[in-house]
Design a protein around this ligand. Structure first.
Ligand code: GDP
Length: 290
């Protein structure tokens, strides 16, 4: 919980509303300032923050509470709704033949998520091929192979090969008959130029329809810069937030979504292959503020 700065500061804003004796214009202004500070600190884009807080202020000042609701409940509700709007429920991943590239830093859960996605599509009746192009972490191929065997996806890899683009090209050829092809790429402990070059080369060679950023929900403030770098490299189309079964509430997701303008498609909620949930903005914000 302590790791999740945004969730904490947003809850502080709500506590302030609850603890106040009356909701007046001054309080609303203060609340909007706090809200701005919380979102800016989490690297949510300035324009988006201003738009959100302006809307919250206008609605809080002008809209009447629903019958039976107090002003406090009313203002809380508005903040909640506008945060949900910020995350907007985008299109789910299409159930059609396609290539999906997973990108993200080391340990975020890319390989595990590749297995979960394979399982998801296989359950929907698609044939799936997995391509192990994580040339940075030697054990990644074996991990992917095990996951593929478990769910019934064919796995292509070239253990020992350092040229990720070659693996991807060979893999796409070898798995040409598979409806869904999922590429697991390398990570690093930090954003490094060679990683960025490698994944943009992969994206250029594979032309994946989905370029999904896999992000650990504990990431917090670093989510914005990370998402920005991956977005510049491959044009991120979706985000999968992992380890949502832990204590982190995933506040960093707001920054990732705001930075990339991509939607969140799934949440990883455990280490098992079936621990993948479709994203729902309402549920997510409730948890963040909960
Ligand atoms: P990669 O380096 O990005 O490929 O990361 P891995 O897929 O190897 O995952 C790193 C660690 O996170 C592994 O121990 C996974 O079991 C774990 N992991 C991945 N996704 C989840 C999740 O949704 N919940 C939990 N609890 N653990 C996860």
């Amino acid at each position: 919980m302590a790791l999740d700065g945004l969730g904490k500061s947003l809850r502080n804003v709500l506590d302030r509303i609850n603890g106040s004796s009356a909701i007046d214009e001054n309080l609303i202004k203060d609340i909007c300032k706090e809200l701005q500070r919380a979102l800016l600190q989490a690297d949510v884009n300035v324009q988006l923050v201003l738009r959100l807080t302006n809307t919250v202020r206008d609605r809080a000042l002008n809209e009447k509470p629903d019958a039976g609701k107090s002003s406090k409940q009313h203002v809380t509700r508005i903040i909640y709704e506008e945060l949900v709007n910020l995350l907007k429920n985008g299109e789910p991943v299409a159930l059609k033949p396609q290539t999906i590239l997973l990108v993200g830093l080391y340990g975020q859960g890319k390989t595990t998520t590749a297995g979960k996605l394979a399982n998801f599509f296989i359950k929907k009746g698609f044939s799936v091929g997995l391509i192990g192009a994580d040339v940075y972490r030697p054990a990644a191929y074996d991990q992917l192979k095990q996951l593929g065997d478990k769910v019934g996806a064919e796995v292509y890899g070239e253990p020992g090969q350092k040229d990720a683009v070659k693996i991807v090209k060979d893999g796409l050829e070898k798995l040409a008959d598979k409806k869904i092809k999922i590429i697991d790429s390398s990570g690093r402990h930090a954003l490094e130029d060679d990683l960025i070059k490698e994944i943009s080369d992969i994206a250029e060679a594979a032309k994946p329809q989905e370029r999904i950023l896999v992000l650990d929900s504990q990431v917090g403030q670093q989510a914005g810069p990370q998402a920005d770098a991956f977005n510049k490299a491959v044009g991120v189309t979706g985000v999968i937030l992992t380890k949502m079964d832990g204590t982190a509430k995933g506040g960093g997701a707001l920054s990732a979504v705001a930075t990339t303008d991509a939607r969140i498609v799934f949440l990883g909620v455990g280490e098992h292959i079936r621990d993948l949930e479709s994203f729902d903005a309402d549920r997510f914000i409730s948890r963040l503020l909960g």
